[in-house]
Design a protein around this ligand. Structure first.
Ligand SMILES: [Zn+2]
Length: 425
């Protein structure tokens, strides 16, 4: 049984037909339908390799009221993703081979996209004792990305040891850069607006100090560090400086930090409360430029589902985080493609090729070429849609884009030749 995808613009460039046979792209070019072949008309659509998210919170095990591996990966497929990295801050924490294998198996059973569990750096995210990094790397889940995300690995000696340890299996430590003492009780970006709103400020320096320290450590021990969710112009500068020296540093930015600013906090609507906080216009501009010039390697969603009670409350007590999987590529189209900062090939690089490389996933982020895995997404860039908090595959509703009209629509997602979202004919 084969499928013929007709007339998609590959990476937004030349139009071609793709034939999918047994999970692979068997032919690319001008192809005629074969007898009994399923034909999908992709005229006007852009084909990109399946998107890869470095930063997803699937919440299972432990917080299945917010999300499950099944619902979160279904949302991922709807957003064009064929692989996600599932963050370790579950209950129990993914700090052993047993828990990461459980998450990996749940992902396989659901079948919506590949799930690559992230292993915790420290036991229980406690920040004091290294977790069993080697056992997680050797497990069936083959963990390569380690992070205490939600918490910063603040102890410099422990961070150094983690960086040294993961070298043995070509792993990477993904740091949530947040100086804890400078952000005690912090609620939003520190500046004139936080003063006016009476919310405790979160200074840019609290992020930048940790980013600076970690790029120095990565250079010193020659091991890979990845900076999660860059949010300030200063962080972009530090990463640019470190890359200029050839140091093994990569970084990601979220769609919400590319689009929204601290001004959203003036509504006191906790849907805009996120860690790190939404920043200034100048920061947003620097993040877009950093993503465009490749200083920032990847867009990562930091999809963070929360049940209603964690968000339907006062700002100060609400949980940090927002949904992101189903809207990510639309936000990137709006802020990067439409102003000419990235073309579709650039989007493929930042949302598929480079994240797959950082996570050391060999079968994702591949070219749309003969013999390659048939894992790709078909987008309609001419479509627009008004985002609804209710119409989501996630179990939670905390999207910051409700009511906004965003460009683009994911028409279909294919994982190794199998349609995981949208129609096949
Ligand atoms: Zn984080």
């Amino acid at each position: 049984m084969s499928v013929l995808v007709r007339g998609a613009a590959l990476l937004g460039r030349q139009r071609a037909d793709l034939r999918l046979v047994e999970g692979r792209i068997s032919a690319v070019g001008s192809l005629s339908p074969q007898r009994g072949e399923q034909v999908l008309d992709a005229d006007g659509l852009v084909a990109l390799p399946g998107l890869v998210d470095l930063h997803t919170h699937l919440r299972e095990p432990g917080r299945e009221d917010a999300e499950t591996v099944r619902t979160g990966t279904r949302a991922a497929a709807a957003g064009g993703f064929t692989a996600v990295h599932a963050m370790a801050n579950t209950e129990p924490v993914a700090d052993t081979a047993g828990v990461v294998e459980q998450v990996w198996r749940l992902g396989q059973d659901a079948g919506h996209c590949d799930v690559h569990p992230v292993g915790a750096v420290t036991v229980g995210l406690g920040g004091t004792q290294l977790a069993e990094l080697g056992a997680m790397a050797d497990s069936a889940a083959r963990v390569r990305v380690f992070s205490d995300d939600g918490h910063c690995v603040f102890d410099a000696a422990l961070m150094r040891r983690a960086l040294e340890y993961v070298k043995a299996f070509d792993g990477v430590v993904a740091q949530h850069a947040q100086e804890p003492r400078l952000t005690s009780g912090a609620q939003m970006n520190e500046g004139e607006l936080s003063g006016r709103l009476g919310l405790v400020g979160w200074p840019a320096a609290a992020e930048e100090a940790v980013v600076a320290r970690d790029v120095l450590l990565a250079a010193h021990v020659r091991s890979r560090v990845h900076v999660c969710h860059l949010s300030t112009a200063g962080s972009v500068e530090i990463v640019r400086w470190a890359k200029g020296k050839g140091w093994p540093v990569t970084a990601e930015v979220t769609p919400h930090h590319l689009l929204l600013t601290e001004a959203s906090a003036a509504s006191y609507d906790p849907v805009f409360k996120v860690n790190p906080p939404l920043r200034s216009e100048e920061d947003v501009t620097a993040l877009r430029e950093g993503l465009a010039d490749g200083t920032i390697d990847a867009v990562a969603t930091d999809h963070a589902p929360h049940p209603r009670e964690a968000k339907d409350c006062e700002w100060a007590v609400a949980a940090f985080g927002m949904l992101g999987l189903e809207t990510a590529v639309s936000v990137v189209q709006q802020v990067m493609v439409e102003p000419g900062l990235l073309d579709w090939a650039g989007v493929a690089d930042r949302m598929s090729v480079r994240p797959a490389s950082i996570g050391r996933i060999s079968q994702q982020g591949r070219p749309l070429a003969e013999g390659e895995p048939a894992s790709f997404v078909l987008l309609d860039p001419a479509a627009t849609r008004t985002i609804s908090a209710v119409e989501t595959h996630s179990k939670s509703r905390n999207t910051p884009y409700a009511g906004l009209t965003l460009p683009g629509r994911v028409v279909a997602t294919f994982l190794r030749g199998r349609c995981t979202h949208g129609a096949t004919a």
